[in-house]
Write a protein that binds this ligand. Sequence first.
Ligand code: OAD
Length: 250
Amino acid sequence: MKKSDMTDVIADAARLLKESKKTIALTGAGVSTESGIPDFRSRDGLWSRYDPMEYGTLGAFKRDPEKIWTMLAELMTLVDARPNEGHRAMAKLEELGMLAGIITQNIDSLHQKGGSKKVVEYHGSFDSFTCMQCACSYPLADVRKPDLPPHCSSCHGILKPDIVFFDEQIPPSALSESRDLIHQADLLIVAGTSCQVVPAATIPATVLAQGGKIIEINREPVLNTHAEVILEGSFSQLMSQLVTALHSTQ
Ligand code: OAD
Protein backbone atom coordinates (compact mmCIF):
# COMPACT_ATOMS: atom_id res chain seq x y z
CA MET A 1 0.00 0.00 0.00
CA LYS A 2 1.29 3.50 -0.87
CA LYS A 3 2.05 5.83 2.05
CA SER A 4 -0.75 8.23 1.00
CA ASP A 5 -3.25 5.32 0.88
CA MET A 6 -2.25 4.24 4.39
CA THR A 7 -2.70 7.83 5.62
CA ASP A 8 -6.27 7.73 4.26
CA VAL A 9 -6.98 4.41 5.97
CA ILE A 10 -5.64 5.72 9.28
CA ALA A 11 -7.81 8.82 8.90
CA ASP A 12 -10.83 6.51 8.36
CA ALA A 13 -9.97 4.61 11.54
CA ALA A 14 -9.54 7.87 13.48
CA ARG A 15 -12.98 9.01 12.27
CA LEU A 16 -14.56 5.75 13.48
CA LEU A 17 -12.96 6.26 16.89
CA LYS A 18 -14.30 9.79 17.15
CA GLU A 19 -17.81 8.71 16.16
CA SER A 20 -17.88 5.76 18.58
CA LYS A 21 -19.71 5.97 21.89
CA LYS A 22 -17.92 2.93 23.32
CA THR A 23 -14.73 1.45 21.88
CA ILE A 24 -13.02 -1.63 23.26
CA ALA A 25 -10.02 -3.67 22.09
CA LEU A 26 -9.22 -7.35 21.68
CA THR A 27 -5.49 -7.99 21.56
CA GLY A 28 -3.23 -10.99 20.98
CA ALA A 29 0.41 -11.99 20.86
CA GLY A 30 1.12 -9.81 17.79
CA VAL A 31 0.97 -6.65 19.90
CA SER A 32 3.98 -7.87 21.88
CA THR A 33 6.29 -9.21 19.14
CA GLU A 34 7.87 -5.74 18.89
CA SER A 35 8.66 -6.05 22.61
CA GLY A 36 10.71 -9.16 21.78
CA ILE A 37 8.12 -11.84 22.67
CA PRO A 38 7.38 -14.40 19.94
CA ASP A 39 3.74 -14.90 18.95
CA PHE A 40 2.24 -18.38 18.52
CA ARG A 41 1.33 -18.97 14.88
CA SER A 42 3.72 -16.84 12.80
CA ARG A 43 6.56 -18.69 11.03
CA ASP A 44 8.91 -18.39 14.04
CA GLY A 45 6.09 -18.48 16.60
CA LEU A 46 6.08 -20.62 19.75
CA TRP A 47 3.90 -23.32 18.19
CA SER A 48 6.45 -23.80 15.39
CA ARG A 49 8.84 -25.16 18.05
CA TYR A 50 6.43 -26.77 20.50
CA ASP A 51 3.42 -28.86 19.47
CA PRO A 52 0.45 -27.12 21.17
CA MET A 53 -1.32 -30.43 21.85
CA GLU A 54 1.84 -31.85 23.42
CA TYR A 55 2.74 -28.74 25.46
CA GLY A 56 -0.40 -26.59 25.73
CA THR A 57 -2.83 -28.63 27.82
CA LEU A 58 -3.36 -29.06 31.55
CA GLY A 59 -3.48 -32.81 30.97
CA ALA A 60 0.05 -32.67 29.51
CA PHE A 61 1.24 -30.53 32.44
CA LYS A 62 -0.16 -33.01 34.97
CA ARG A 63 1.43 -35.97 33.15
CA ASP A 64 4.90 -34.43 32.83
CA PRO A 65 5.29 -30.98 34.43
CA GLU A 66 9.09 -30.98 33.98
CA LYS A 67 8.67 -31.35 30.21
CA ILE A 68 6.10 -28.52 29.99
CA TRP A 69 8.40 -26.35 32.11
CA THR A 70 11.04 -26.50 29.33
CA MET A 71 8.60 -24.35 27.30
CA LEU A 72 7.40 -22.31 30.30
CA ALA A 73 11.01 -21.46 31.23
CA GLU A 74 11.38 -19.89 27.79
CA LEU A 75 8.11 -17.99 28.30
CA MET A 76 9.30 -16.77 31.71
CA THR A 77 11.68 -14.40 29.91
CA LEU A 78 8.60 -12.34 28.96
CA VAL A 79 8.35 -11.03 32.51
CA ASP A 80 11.33 -8.75 31.77
CA ALA A 81 9.94 -7.44 28.44
CA ARG A 82 9.09 -3.76 28.09
CA PRO A 83 5.95 -2.28 26.54
CA ASN A 84 6.29 -0.88 23.01
CA GLU A 85 4.92 2.30 21.43
CA GLY A 86 1.72 0.46 20.51
CA HIS A 87 0.99 -0.50 24.12
CA ARG A 88 1.61 3.13 25.12
CA ALA A 89 -0.61 4.47 22.33
CA MET A 90 -3.47 2.22 23.51
CA ALA A 91 -3.00 3.56 27.05
CA LYS A 92 -3.15 7.09 25.62
CA LEU A 93 -6.44 6.25 23.89
CA GLU A 94 -7.90 5.20 27.25
CA GLU A 95 -6.54 8.38 28.88
CA LEU A 96 -8.29 10.43 26.17
CA GLY A 97 -11.55 8.70 27.12
CA MET A 98 -11.70 6.93 23.75
CA LEU A 99 -11.11 3.33 24.87
CA ALA A 100 -13.29 1.71 27.54
CA GLY A 101 -10.94 -1.24 28.05
CA ILE A 102 -8.84 -4.05 26.58
CA ILE A 103 -9.58 -7.77 26.53
CA THR A 104 -6.18 -9.35 26.04
CA GLN A 105 -5.24 -12.95 25.35
CA ASN A 106 -1.68 -12.09 26.37
CA ILE A 107 -0.07 -13.25 29.60
CA ASP A 108 2.75 -10.67 29.59
CA SER A 109 1.04 -7.78 31.48
CA LEU A 110 2.54 -5.34 28.94
CA HIS A 111 -0.70 -3.36 28.51
CA GLN A 112 -0.67 -2.56 32.23
CA LYS A 113 3.09 -1.78 32.13
CA GLY A 114 2.36 0.55 29.17
CA GLY A 115 -0.15 2.49 31.30
CA SER A 116 -3.52 0.88 30.46
CA LYS A 117 -5.86 0.73 33.46
CA LYS A 118 -8.80 -1.44 32.35
CA VAL A 119 -7.34 -4.71 31.11
CA VAL A 120 -9.10 -8.08 31.21
CA GLU A 121 -6.56 -10.94 31.14
CA TYR A 122 -8.60 -13.56 29.30
CA HIS A 123 -5.88 -16.23 29.43
CA GLY A 124 -4.46 -15.37 32.88
CA SER A 125 -0.90 -14.15 33.46
CA PHE A 126 2.51 -14.96 34.91
CA ASP A 127 1.80 -12.75 37.92
CA SER A 128 0.93 -15.70 40.15
CA PHE A 129 1.55 -19.46 40.38
CA THR A 130 -0.35 -22.33 42.00
CA CYS A 131 0.94 -25.59 43.45
CA MET A 132 -0.63 -28.49 41.57
CA GLN A 133 -0.51 -30.64 44.71
CA CYS A 134 -1.76 -28.44 47.61
CA ALA A 135 -3.14 -25.37 45.70
CA CYS A 136 -0.87 -22.91 47.57
CA SER A 137 -0.52 -19.66 45.66
CA TYR A 138 2.74 -17.78 45.05
CA PRO A 139 3.48 -14.32 43.58
CA LEU A 140 5.90 -14.08 40.64
CA ALA A 141 8.62 -12.64 42.92
CA ASP A 142 8.80 -15.95 44.82
CA VAL A 143 9.23 -17.96 41.62
CA ARG A 144 11.97 -15.90 39.95
CA LYS A 145 14.79 -18.34 40.59
CA PRO A 146 17.39 -19.67 38.18
CA ASP A 147 16.44 -23.28 38.91
CA LEU A 148 13.15 -24.09 37.22
CA PRO A 149 10.63 -25.64 37.60
CA PRO A 150 9.67 -23.89 40.83
CA HIS A 151 8.51 -26.02 43.75
CA CYS A 152 6.01 -25.39 46.55
CA SER A 153 7.79 -24.52 49.80
CA SER A 154 5.27 -26.48 51.89
CA CYS A 155 4.66 -29.73 49.96
CA HIS A 156 7.37 -29.58 47.24
CA GLY A 157 4.77 -29.97 44.44
CA ILE A 158 5.54 -28.35 41.08
CA LEU A 159 4.02 -24.89 40.54
CA LYS A 160 1.97 -23.96 37.47
CA PRO A 161 1.64 -20.35 36.30
CA ASP A 162 -1.95 -19.07 36.48
CA ILE A 163 -2.29 -19.06 32.71
CA VAL A 164 -5.09 -20.79 30.81
CA PHE A 165 -4.15 -23.97 28.96
CA PHE A 166 -6.23 -25.19 26.00
CA ASP A 167 -8.31 -27.61 28.06
CA GLU A 168 -9.01 -25.11 30.87
CA GLN A 169 -11.92 -22.71 31.34
CA ILE A 170 -11.54 -18.95 31.00
CA PRO A 171 -11.45 -17.53 34.58
CA PRO A 172 -15.08 -16.62 35.53
CA SER A 173 -14.04 -13.08 36.59
CA ALA A 174 -12.43 -12.49 33.15
CA LEU A 175 -15.56 -13.77 31.42
CA SER A 176 -17.90 -11.50 33.35
CA GLU A 177 -15.61 -8.44 33.06
CA SER A 178 -15.28 -8.96 29.32
CA ARG A 179 -19.08 -9.34 28.95
CA ASP A 180 -19.48 -5.98 30.70
CA LEU A 181 -16.96 -4.40 28.34
CA ILE A 182 -18.52 -5.91 25.22
CA HIS A 183 -22.02 -4.77 26.29
CA GLN A 184 -23.01 -1.79 24.12
CA ALA A 185 -19.56 -1.57 22.49
CA ASP A 186 -20.04 -0.07 19.03
CA LEU A 187 -16.40 -0.26 17.94
CA LEU A 188 -13.82 -3.04 18.46
CA ILE A 189 -10.11 -2.69 17.74
CA VAL A 190 -8.79 -6.19 16.93
CA ALA A 191 -4.99 -6.11 17.14
CA GLY A 192 -2.26 -8.72 16.80
CA THR A 193 -4.43 -11.81 16.95
CA SER A 194 -5.10 -14.55 14.42
CA CYS A 195 -8.59 -15.01 16.00
CA GLN A 196 -8.21 -18.79 16.00
CA VAL A 197 -8.77 -19.62 19.65
CA VAL A 198 -12.29 -19.66 21.10
CA PRO A 199 -13.95 -18.18 23.04
CA ALA A 200 -11.83 -15.01 22.49
CA ALA A 201 -12.20 -15.48 18.73
CA THR A 202 -16.00 -15.11 19.01
CA ILE A 203 -15.76 -11.53 20.35
CA PRO A 204 -15.57 -9.84 16.91
CA ALA A 205 -18.76 -11.65 15.79
CA THR A 206 -20.52 -10.63 19.03
CA VAL A 207 -19.68 -6.95 18.49
CA LEU A 208 -20.76 -7.15 14.82
CA ALA A 209 -24.04 -8.85 15.83
CA GLN A 210 -24.89 -5.93 18.14
CA GLY A 211 -24.34 -3.49 15.27
CA GLY A 212 -20.74 -2.56 16.08
CA LYS A 213 -17.82 -2.01 13.71
CA ILE A 214 -14.26 -3.33 13.67
CA ILE A 215 -10.84 -1.78 13.08
CA GLU A 216 -8.28 -4.55 12.50
CA ILE A 217 -4.54 -3.97 13.05
CA ASN A 218 -2.57 -7.02 11.98
CA ARG A 219 0.54 -7.96 10.03
CA GLU A 220 -1.55 -10.64 8.30
CA PRO A 221 -5.19 -9.53 8.54
CA VAL A 222 -7.79 -12.24 9.16
CA LEU A 223 -11.18 -10.54 9.36
CA ASN A 224 -11.40 -9.41 5.72
CA THR A 225 -14.80 -7.90 4.92
CA HIS A 226 -15.93 -8.14 8.54
CA ALA A 227 -13.59 -5.25 9.38
CA GLU A 228 -14.69 -1.71 8.50
CA VAL A 229 -11.05 -0.60 8.35
CA ILE A 230 -7.94 -2.79 8.06
CA LEU A 231 -4.54 -1.41 9.09
CA GLU A 232 -2.05 -3.95 7.74
CA GLY A 233 1.44 -3.86 9.23
CA SER A 234 3.28 -3.13 12.46
CA PHE A 235 1.09 -2.71 15.55
CA SER A 236 3.43 -0.25 17.28
CA GLN A 237 3.72 1.99 14.21
CA LEU A 238 0.07 1.87 13.18
CA MET A 239 -1.36 2.28 16.69
CA SER A 240 0.91 5.31 17.29
CA GLN A 241 -0.06 6.81 13.92
CA LEU A 242 -3.73 6.26 14.73
CA VAL A 243 -3.48 8.16 18.01
CA THR A 244 -1.53 10.97 16.29
CA ALA A 245 -4.20 11.15 13.55
CA LEU A 246 -6.90 11.77 16.17
CA HIS A 247 -5.52 15.29 16.57
CA SER A 248 -5.69 16.07 12.87
CA THR A 249 -8.98 14.49 11.68
CA GLN A 250 -12.25 16.44 11.86
P1 OAD B 1 -1.21 -15.78 17.08
O1 OAD B 1 0.24 -16.10 17.05
O2 OAD B 1 -2.16 -16.85 16.72
O3 OAD B 1 -1.52 -14.53 16.13
C1 OAD B 1 -0.71 -13.37 16.17
C2 OAD B 1 -1.18 -12.42 15.08
O4 OAD B 1 -0.46 -11.19 15.22
C3 OAD B 1 -0.92 -12.92 13.66
O5 OAD B 1 -2.05 -12.61 12.87
C4 OAD B 1 0.30 -12.10 13.21
O6 OAD B 1 0.27 -11.81 11.81
C5 OAD B 1 0.09 -10.81 13.98
N1 OAD B 1 1.33 -10.07 14.28
C6 OAD B 1 2.53 -10.56 14.71
N2 OAD B 1 3.40 -9.55 14.95
C7 OAD B 1 2.74 -8.40 14.65
C8 OAD B 1 3.11 -7.02 14.69
N3 OAD B 1 4.32 -6.61 15.08
N4 OAD B 1 2.18 -6.11 14.32
C9 OAD B 1 0.93 -6.49 13.91
N5 OAD B 1 0.54 -7.78 13.86
C10 OAD B 1 1.42 -8.72 14.24
O7 OAD B 1 -1.52 -15.23 18.56
P2 OAD B 1 -2.92 -15.07 19.29
O8 OAD B 1 -4.00 -14.78 18.32
O9 OAD B 1 -2.72 -14.14 20.42
O10 OAD B 1 -3.61 -19.24 24.04
O11 OAD B 1 -3.13 -16.53 19.87
C11 OAD B 1 -4.28 -16.77 20.63
C12 OAD B 1 -4.00 -17.79 21.68
O12 OAD B 1 -3.40 -18.96 21.10
C13 OAD B 1 -2.98 -17.38 22.73
O13 OAD B 1 -3.51 -16.56 23.74
C14 OAD B 1 -2.53 -18.70 23.27
C15 OAD B 1 -2.33 -19.44 21.97
O14 OAD B 1 -2.40 -20.78 22.02
C16 OAD B 1 -3.39 -20.14 24.98
O15 OAD B 1 -2.27 -20.51 25.27
C17 OAD B 1 -4.65 -20.66 25.64
